[in-house]
Design a protein around this ligand. Structure first.
Ligand SMILES: Nc1nc2c(ncn2[C@@H]2O[C@H](COP(=O)(O)OP(=O)(O)OP(=O)(O)O)[C@@H](O)[C@H]2O)c(=O)[nH]1
Ligand SMILES: [Mg+2]
Length: 316
């Protein structure tokens, strides 16, 4: 239905399907009540109030909920919409609008190395996502290299090497405990010279002795990259665990200030009923969602498509 509404009648792509499937838990949680609400009621004050309640329980966040309901309500009034079916479509459109500025990863012109820094708290899914992204872009014809700049734990380097093997790309690493800036320096040189790479994905630590140290380290990595490649890092992706719901947003605000975040990767959407939090990311953080993690396997990564997301959230 939505597809027709947005002038897109084609079948879902495999990626859109993955995104939609990963939202099953969120959809069958609070969000299933939205469809029922619109089916069983007239457009009244109560309908809007109940909609607000469901959205807040669905982890959308207070401010975003109020804005979303207000926008929907205003349009329903202005366009003189009488049927709840049409009002429901307006709600879906306004949800898509909340997500709209989302866009694919910015890849530099051919012949210039694109450097992407992955940041986020420990356990959010940085290393796994790097493996998936390496595979994703390799399959799209890019020469990809990975830098193991999380040198804090020895196991982190090994884990990354395993992902590199699975994806079939080179991992540039040094010994545990070495300077992450030096790893990035080496990795950029190797990417530009011997490997002739298009895309360098940099894994970073999720936890150091203090948050202050972590932010200092990220700053240093950025400075090293910026000296070697024009405007690098070209993207800094903050990896957020979707199952932490609104807490992920609070976490993200702390990172955004220090790390110059340009986009979000949301992981573990498949295992959570808190997918509603995604609706507030753009509004709260001012950066787009680029990718979504839809499982633990290498192919479980979907490019974030707002229409497919809303379809996954509410069903068609
Ligand atoms: N179900 C599911 N699990 C995921 C997803 N992404 C990551 N995981 C799991 O989350 C756990 C942590 O992932 P890592 O990639 O090691 O996280 P990290 O951010 O690198 O963690 P640190 O290196 O400790 O900072 C692993 O068990 C992953 O399999 C996803 O999209 N879906
Ligand atoms: Mg890691």
């Amino acid at each position: 239905m939505l597809r027709r509404l947005f002038g897109r009648e084609e079948e879902l792509t495999a990626e859109e399907k993955k995104l939609e499937d990963s939202l099953a838990k969120t959809r069958t949680g609070f969000f299933s009540r939205i469809g029922t609400l619109f089916q069983e009621n007239q457009i009244t004050e109560d309908l809007w109030e109940e909609l607000e309640e469901i959205l807040i329980m669905g982890d959308v966040g207070m401010d975003t909920t109020l804005e979303l309901v207000e926008r929907t309500r205003m349009r329903v009034a202005k366009e003189n919409i009488k049927s709840t079916g049409d009002a429901y479509l307006v709600l879906k459109q306004e949800m898509v609008r909340l997500l709209e500025s989302d866009e694919p990863l910015h890849i530099e012109e051919p012949r210039i190395l694109t450097v992407v820094l992955m940041v986020g708290v420990n356990g959010s899914g940085k290393t796994t996502t790097i493996g998936k992204m390496a595979y994703y872009y390799k399959n799209r014809g890019l020469k990809v290299v990975i830098a193991a700049a999380d040198t804090f734990r020895a196991a982190a380097i090994d884990q990354l090497k395993v992902w590199g093997e699975r994806a079939g790309v080179d991992v540039i690493a040094q010994a545990p405990g070495s300077d992450p800036g030096a790893v990035v320096f080496d990795a950029i040189r190797a990417s530009q010279e011997s490997r002739n790479a298009d895309l360098l994905l940099v894994d970073t630590a999720g936890r150091l002795q203090t948050k202050f140290n972590l932010m200092k380290e990220l700053e240093k990595i950025r400075a090293v990259a910026g000296k070697q490649v024009h405007r690098a890092p070209h993207e800094t992706l903050l990896v957020l665990d979707a199952s932490t719901g609104q807490n992920a947003i609070i976490q993200a605000k702390a990172f955004r200030e220090a790390a110059g975040v340009t986009g979000i990767v949301l992981t573990k959407l498949d295992g959570t009923a808190k997918g509603g939090a995604v609706l507030s990311i753009n509004r709260e953080l001012g950066v787009p969602v680029r990718f979504v993690g839809t499982g633990e396997k290498i192919e479980d990564l979907a490019y974030f498509d707002p229409v497919a997301f809303v379809e996954g959230l509410l069903g068609e």
